[in-house]
Design a protein around this ligand. Structure first.
Ligand code: MG
Length: 368
């Protein structure tokens, strides 16, 4: 069967600042989707990562479907009323428009969707991240899909032998989706040259070059482009199919051991390592650390198994300890140099205004 996976996420309010959605808010969104989606959806799963609620839906309506997007939009709208009634922080903050116009893209929520012919043993991973930026997945995807050190399948499996084609988006471009397609290993250095800039270039999707099958889709919209001003980091989500024509689950998750530095953390204005965390983890330290969850699913005729929580394992406790130390090491230098993001990425306008004011106070020293 042709199956569509739709992952739609939004921050519509959180307890005690940007920590996590309340139980009442989650209950409201879950009940709304279960009731209103009972005819439309085959199955669904709802969870949270930090202050973001993610709705994963399986159905046969294809991508960009008005009914599916409308269901998620209405679930978030209804949830926002609960968030407001409880005084949650940032109630409805990712719903940037008042009315739904057929597609949640451009309205605030993040979307990652793909349609494919379901395999007899379809395995996929759902990633959700918080307190970071869309480019946070660039490096792990590069390693998992283009580097035989992390993905030995590129050497060992005939079905991966021609590598993968990356569709990379220029998120600074605001007049539409500006995308370049590059294939690894042929264009490896071009891919690396773009993906080094997590703020500007973001992996949008990845396909198996030989079979054309889609392996990955990432949410790519940027809230500060949509809104015309900065309203928060666009915490990314991603779907990745595993096994057979794709890397093994282990190859896809292995690069998250690095804890690479990404933009995010407190006020979305710092560089900090991305920490793999357990399912439904809240924010814990300095409005961070940047978090990522990985839930593995099997799906048959659109029916999901329970999620297997990849980062819930003693191995990842050890990784988290290392990344905590790395976080603190960078935090100790406060606002200095690479600890804080460059001016063009800073979430809050205060420092720009401060520098403009200071600029008028500079005087040129007269030579004698
Ligand atoms: Mg968030």
């Amino acid at each position: 069967m042709k199956l569509t996976l739709s992952l739609i996420k939004a921050d519509i309010g959180a307890v005690g600042g940007h920590v996590r959605p309340s139980e009442a808010l989650l209950k409201c969104v879950k009940e709304f989707v279960a009731n209103e989606g009972s005819e439309l959806l085959i199955d669904h799963y709802i969870g949270f990562c930090g202050d973001d609620i993610h709705i994963l839906m399986t159905h046969e309506e294809g991508t960009n479907d008005k009914k599916i997007h409308g269901l998620a939009w209405e679930a978030f709208k209804t949830g926002t009323e609960v968030a407001k009634s409880q005084g949650l922080y940032g109630a409805g903050q990712d719903l940037l428009k008042d009315s739904f116009s057929g597609n949640v893209k451009g309205l605030g929520p993040g979307v990652a969707e793909m349609e494919f012919e379901e395999r007899p043993n379809e395995s996929f991973l759902m990633f959700a991240a918080d307190k970071t930026e869309p480019g946070a997945f660039n490096l792990p995807l590069y390693f998992a899909f283009a580097d035989p050190v992390y993905c030995p399948g590129l050497l060992l499996s005939p079905s991966l032998s021609e590598g993968f084609t990356f569709s990379i988006m220029d998120v600074n471009y605001t007049k539409g989706d500006r995308i370049v397609k590059l294939s690894a290993p042929k264009d490896l250095y071009d891919i690396a040259a773009l993906l080094r800039d997590n703020h500007r270039y973001v992996v949008e999707s990845i396909h198996n070059t030989k079979t054309g099958e889609q392996a990955v889709v990432c949410s790519t919209s940027r809230l500060h482009n949509i809104a015309g001003k900065y309203v928060g980091k666009d915490d990314p989500a991603m779907l990745a199919r595993a096994q057979q024509a794709f890397p093994a689950t282990g190859e896809i998750v292995a690069p998250f051991e690095i804890g690479h530095f990404v933009g995010g953390l407190c006020r979305g204005s710092h560089n900090a390592p991305l920490m793999p965390v357990k399912k439904n983890s809240q924010v814990a330290y300095f409005d961070g650390p940047p978090l990522v969850q990985a839930l593995a699913f099997s799906v048959k005729n659109g029916k999901l198994t329970e999620p297997a929580d990849i980062f819930d394992h003693p191995y990842w406790d050890w990784v988290r300890d290392k990344i905590s130390a790395k976080t603190v090491e960078m935090r100790r230098q406060g606002f200095s140099g690479p600890a804080m993001l460059g001016f063009e990425e800073l979430e809050y306008g205060g420092i720009t205004e401060r520098l403009e004011r200071l600029d008028t106070k500079f005087t040129v020293k007269k030579e004698r």
